[in-house]
Design a protein around this ligand. Sequence first.
Ligand code: GGG
Length: 348
Amino acid sequence: MQTEQNTQKIIVIPGDGIGPEVTEEAVLTLQALGAGLEFTFLDRINADRYLRDGVALTDGELEEVRTAGTVLFGAVGDPRVTNPDYARGVLLRLRTDLDLYVNYRPAVLLDERLSPLRDESRRGIDCVVVRENTEGLYTGVGGSLRTGTPDEVTVDQETNTHLGVSRIVEYAYGVARRSVCMVDKSNAVRFGGQLWQRVWRETRDRHPELDSSHLYVDVAAMKLVKDPASFDVIVTNNSYGDILSDLTAELAGGLGTAASANINPVTGMGLYEPVHGSAPDIVGKGLANPAGAVLSAALLLRDRGLKSEAEALERAVRRTVAERRCTPDLGGTLNTRQAGEAIRAALD
Ligand code: GGG
């Protein structure tokens, strides 16, 4: 029986494209679990409003999210909106203004038939990309000259702070079970590369209990394809983490199943979202896979201390995928709603 005390308030931002379709399945599944969660929908935060009013996220909405402390997020992005200020004003603003400096992106093989890899190496895929989430190329520092002319010059600067790099590398060592691989491009990127190297070496020396390694990002991409099971935790900057986590998601069974948590381990705030975007090409067709959103909800439950409920969700998704009661991207024939219903029916 749930008591008033353990009712937790969750803000739901379905967003754009397939975001509302997959988020609805995640919420229905959380409700089916009866985990004592109370949902508040901020479904006005989307591209329609931005196109109509020029508003991405209001200060009031940001404060509502801050007060609740937990967000279930769908996706942001719409082909009608070409101004990057929109996506930056929603998702990147939530990440930076709430200081959600960790983007935790696990990749665990759901079913070995799903991996594009055909050799034994796919069997043990169980890694996590720990992506720095508030700095790097995403800070928007830069500018352009002679815009729109053949002489146009653009500059996007990469920001790396000692605080930002140290806290993400320390977090990675804190969650690793076997090893940490730090990924950068310090042979080409002069200043930030040196900072990442220095901080990583200091952190590595404080954690002799774990295996430590370093790879340049190009080599990391290659090694992930050749030997994905050799990785445990990969820690890297914002843009490399974005790219490598799509790769690990595909290796583990598909982007549609990939979950993520944007968290601040100090304040305990968290925003949970599938790794996939708004996928405008499949909106309303029933093709969106709800697994990534449901598994993101499992990460939310785990962070809120509801471990057995999180495990129940993960088991249910795994069962439905094994039995092909899932969407076509995973080899099934179900639509989004039916796949969500199958997950709920598989809850034990
Ligand atoms: N659910 C993920 C999503 O909406 N992604 C769109 C996006 O703008 N992502 C930026 C990023 O994660 O780098």
